[in-house]
Design a protein around this ligand. Structure first.
Ligand SMILES: C[S@@+](CC[C@H](N)C(=O)[O-])C[C@H]1O[C@@H](n2cnc3c(N)ncnc32)[C@H](O)[C@@H]1O
Length: 229
């Protein structure tokens, strides 16, 4: 990985290590509980694929993994993340198969999973192109990718949302977690993340088929799905 990429990974791991114990509480309060609904919507899409093996990448504190377990009780679910303190929170939720792993260098065989999910994780990765390619490697042919992540809504909600994102959210988050820089970083990373068309283009350029975008809450969050040919 290039030096810039290592610095980015180190910085992201440090942010999540510092906020791990308050991460779930901050998510629920700062999203007004919407994060729970977004993960239920994502798990509903995965359920329709009738998966047998799911990799929840950047599983963090395990909230999507837990929602997936409930939606797809017969699937073997593995959660992977490169931040040990976040995984410790997931372990406390009794998610059985958790492993420390970097999404850019996954310790899984080619085609090991028929479904890969990434919630609020891809945006934080040092190389989106590299991550999408590594995910494709561990997906079986015909396997499905689901990405849940933040986006920017369209005007007039955009102006209000930007004010919340850059001012209100870091302030409230610093009260809740004692950590403002991680939430300043959150706002900046959302601004730099590709919009819907650009992300579908990236998925297709990375070799995925049927890239599809579903906006949630006016585009504040989005679900992307795509298939490995
Ligand atoms: C915002 S949290 C999302 C956690 C969880 N998926 C959720 O829905 O709440 C982002 C997670 O991505 C993880 N992450 C970022 N880059 C990663 C990488 N290259 N490999 C593995 N995990 C990564 C972080 O450690 C963090 O736990």
């Amino acid at each position: 990985m290039a030096l810039d990429g290592s610095i980015q990974s180190h910085r992201v791991r440090a942010y999540f290590s510092r906020i791990a114990s308050r991460y779930d509480l901050a998510n629920h309060l700062l999203s007004g509980g919407c994060d729970v609904l977004w993960r239920i919507a994502a798990a509903g899409k995965v359920q329709k694929w009738q998966p047998r093996t799911i990799l929840d990448l950047a599983t963090g504190s395990g909230d999507l993994a837990r929602t997936l377990q409930r939606a797809c009780p017969d699937a073997l679910l593995v959660g992977a993340d490169f931040c040990e303190p976040m995984l410790q929170v997931a372990r406390d939720k009794n998610i059985p198969h958790l492993t420390v792993a970097d999404a850019l260098q996954l310790p899984f065989a080619d085609g090991a999973f028929d479904t890969v999910t990434v919630a609020f994780g891809l945006r934080n990765m040092a190389s989106w192109t590299h991550a999408l390619s590594e995910i494709q490697r561990v997906l079986s042919p015909g396997g499905h990718l689901l990405i849940l992540d933040f986006g920017l809504p369209t005007p007039p909600l955009l102006h209000l949302y930007r004010f919340y994102l850059h001012n209100v959210l870091p302030f409230l988050a610093s009260l809740l977690t004692g950590e403002r820089s991680a939430y300043d970083y959150l706002a900046d990373s959302i601004e730099s993340f590709p919009n819907a068309d650009a992300m579908c283009g990236r998925l297709e350029a990375a070799g995925y088929q049927d890239a599809h975008y579903t906006p949630l809450l006016g585009g504040v969050t989005a679900i992307y799905t795509a298939t490995r040919p």
